[in-house]
Design a protein around this ligand. Structure first.
Ligand code: F6P
Length: 375
């Protein structure tokens, strides 16, 4: 069969990266676009996620755009985590007593469909997290053949056991913790490192285990402060030079609330977590008398070069997305299950989160090497 026969109908596809960025996005764009171009399918890139689709900012992607991007962080297309086409912020109500001060939302999906038609885009590859993929499913339902590629450093998308970006975030966080350990040892301190992950503890769990953190605190296991003091004091009495505590931004004390760093009312998911690291370090110092410091790794985990593992994962996921499109198997999200490449219904991950479970082998192994989870 010739290449033209394997991709008979689609003449032009659109590629969009939505939500928070992560390392490996460019590697997916490259895999998708190189495959398409090699089949004679034209590629159009949508700038800045759904915002660019709403504002009609689409541009052709050619061979030259793909040179040198495999290992480049971020996304050459730009991204946006505030623009949901079904509920797009078009203004703001006046503050009380005149109004409720809330954003005014409008469904601008028809405008997006017009813009796609105008650019002759016949199918979409949408790379994003749960919010972006939920909108991707809408476009597919409205007749634009769409395949989704799951992305997030948080690794919390339902239906796939790994997302690209995660391995890089874990490597960055583990490296940072190795560095925190040596300075904490010198000063006999407790060192708290706050990592990202939203409501899921995957980054904290994996980076904490990789760095040999003595305490790992996950959103999935509300922590008891007493067990943390006991661990720190016990280590100090046994002559351990320092205690390394890896805390997920979404972790919370038993009976308490998550720490909110910022609320962005213009975002479909307005809560930005943050602050637990500082709070914990202050509490540790007060309760144990042992000097404590904290570090918030933040967006360092999301930026920069993807690891080799993430480049490979991004490439195979992007390639599978194109294979599905060429086979006419649309409304699917590419996924990894049981270590194998597969695909699931694009509607499946909508509004859900994949969290760490207590029977996870990494949790078991961490407990076996003496890690305290604060429970
Ligand atoms: O979902 C990815 C993520 O980096 C989370 O880990 C974090 O809570 C959030 O995005 C931060 O969002 P923003 O870039 O809008 O501050």
């Amino acid at each position: 069969m010739t290449l033209a026969e394997t991709c008979p109908t689609i003449r032009r596809i659109g590629v969009l990266t939505g939500g928070g960025d992560c390392p490996g996005l460019n590697a997916v764009i490259r895999a998708v676009a190189m495959d398409a171009l090699s089949c004679g399918i034209e590629v159009v890139g949508v700038e800045d996620g759904y915002l660019g689709l709403i504002e009609n900012r689409l541009r052709p992607i050619g061979d030259r755009d793909l040179v040198g991007i495999l290992n480049r962080g971020g996304t050459i297309l730009g991204s946006n985590n505030k623009s949901n086409p079904s509920a797009f912020v078009v203004g703001k109500n006046p503050p009380p007593p005149m109004g409720d001060g809330k954003p005014i939302l409008k469904d601008v999906t028809p405008k997006c469909l017009d813009n796609l038609r105008q650019h002759g885009v016949e199918a979409l590859v949408i790379i994003g997290g749960d919010g972006t993929l939920t909108s991707a499913a809408t476009f597919n339902r409205l007749g634009v053949p769409t395949v989704g590629v799951p992305k997030t450093i948080d690794n919390d998308i339902v239906g796939t056991e790994i997302t690209f970006g995660f391995q890089t975030a874990v490597a960055v966080a583990a490296d940072a913790m190795d560095r925190c350990r040596t300075t904490a040892d010198s000063h006999h301190r407790a060192m708290v490192v706050e990592v990202m992950g939203r409501n899921a503890g995957w980054i904290a769990l994996h980076s904490g285990v990789a760095a040999g953190a003595d305490v790992i605190l996950l959103p999935e296991i509300p922590f008891d402060m007493t067990s943390i003091w006991q661990k720190i004091i016990h280590r100090s009495k046994r002559g351990r030079k320092s205690t390394l505590i890896c805390v997920a931004e979404g972790a919370k004390p038993k009976g308490g609330q998550q720490f909110v760093g910022k609320i962005d009312p213009t975002s479909p998911d307005p809560i930005r977590l943050g602050g637990v690291g500082k709070w914990l370090a202050d509490e540790i110092e007060t309760q144990t008398g042992i000097e404590a410091r904290y570090v918030v790794l933040g967006h360092v985990q999301r930026g920069g070069t993807p690891t080799a593992g993430d480049r490979v994962l991004s490439t195979i996921l992007g390639n599978h997305a194109m294979t599905l499109l060429r086979q006419g198997k649309v409304g699917r999200m590419v996924a990894v299950q049981g270590g194998k490449l597969t695909d699931i219904d694009l509607e499946e991950p909508a509004g859900k989160q994949r969290l760490v479970t207590m029977d996870d082998p990494v949790v078991h192994a961490a407990r076996a090497v003496g890690t305290c989870f604060g429970d």
